[in-house]
Design a protein around this ligand. Structure first.
Ligand code: SAM
Length: 283
């Protein structure tokens, strides 16, 4: 079998199984299976693929067809242009979550050169922490996660991206072990209603850790735990930015208001959902 034939067979199988970006995903899988480069897949289509590589490719395609996300198969994902290692202990970082980084860039763009103190609550893979430290190049940041395995993954990603000199990771329960003094707090907490988890797509339900998804009975448990501590944690003039699930923005703003944060600002993702909710400590 040639490289071109192997690729075409994989695209067809993925396409038939309903994988949206079948051509792109097949190329990533083939690079993984045979240690090929993307240009090779375009230029060396007539070279022979060894039976061992063809068999491994079949296995990888089969895993994808059964619903395993590409990033889980490859063990890495891209977020805000950074490459991140993704272990089973962490949420697969989502494109929509980049809305929070865009919000921080928009709201604090004039402070890019300052030595800010950044906090990422529920850091998971460290996606948000890494992205923010890559933007705010003079800043220092800390990520917190209750999962020790996740905090190890986040630390690994700081190192992988050369950001560990300005970032550290703690394993703990939200902000309970922190004193405060932060200029920017970011959080994408678990926000799926407990009862809805079994209804989620296989890619999410079977591969993202329950600890990263479960927001309690109505989905808002974590916001209720984190938000009352914001006045203590934030410096005056500092911003807190939260991710919201589709349709959750109103309830999160109400929780923020009850802790003294009026004038919340919303940022939409590319699907038109109010995805990032930002508030400034003006008191
Ligand atoms: C939705 S994931 C977000 C991960 C990452 N920030 C991202 O955006 O890709 C939520 C994270 O919060 C963590 N978490 C859940 N409960 C926590 C708690 N009480 N304290 C700290 N982290 C917690 C989970 O382990 C998980 O990594």
């Amino acid at each position: 079998m040639t490289l071109g034939e192997c690729l075409r067979a994989a695209v067809k199988k993925l396409e038939t199984s309903g994988v949206a970006m079948s051509s792109l995903e097949a190329r990533y899988l083939l690079c993984e299976a045979g240690d090929f480069t993307q240009p090779q897949l375009l230029l060396d289509t007539e070279i022979a693929v060894s039976p061992k590589v063809a068999q491994l490719m079949d296995t990888l395609v089969e895993r994808r067809v059964r619903g395993e996300p590409l990033s889980r198969i490859l063990g890495h994902a891209e977020f805000w242009g950074l490459s991140l290692t993704v272990t089973p202990a962490v949420l697969d970082p989502r494109g929509d979550t980049e809305t929070l980084v865009r919000a921080a860039r928009t709201l604090m763009g004039e402070r890019l050169e300052e030595r800010l103190r950044i906090l990422d609550l529920g850091t998971g893979s460290g996606a948000l922490l890494c992205a923010l430290l890559s933007e705010f190049k003079a800043s220092w940041g800390v990520g917190v996660d209750i999962s020790f395995a996740a905090s190890v993954n986040a630390k690994q990603n700081l190192m992988l991206n050369g950001l560990d000199g300005r970032g550290s990771v703690l394993s703990g329960d939200w902000s309970k072990s922190l004193i405060g003094g932060f200029d920017l707090i970011i959080s994408n907490p678990p926000y799926i209603e407990h009862g809805a988890i079994s209804e989620l797509a296989v890619e999410v339900r079977d591969y993202d850790p329950a600890l990263a998804l479960d927001g309690g009975t109505d989905g808002y448990d974590c916001y209720r735990e984190i938000i009352p501590d914001l006045p203590r944690l934030l410096n005056s003039g500092g911003w807190a930015i939260f991710e919201a699930g589709a349709g959750q923005a109103g309830a999160i703003k109400a929780t923020l208001e009850s802790s003294g944060f009026t004038d919340a600002v919303g940022f939409e993702d590319y699907g038109g959902h109010e995805r990032a909710i930002a508030v400034r400590k003006s008191f």
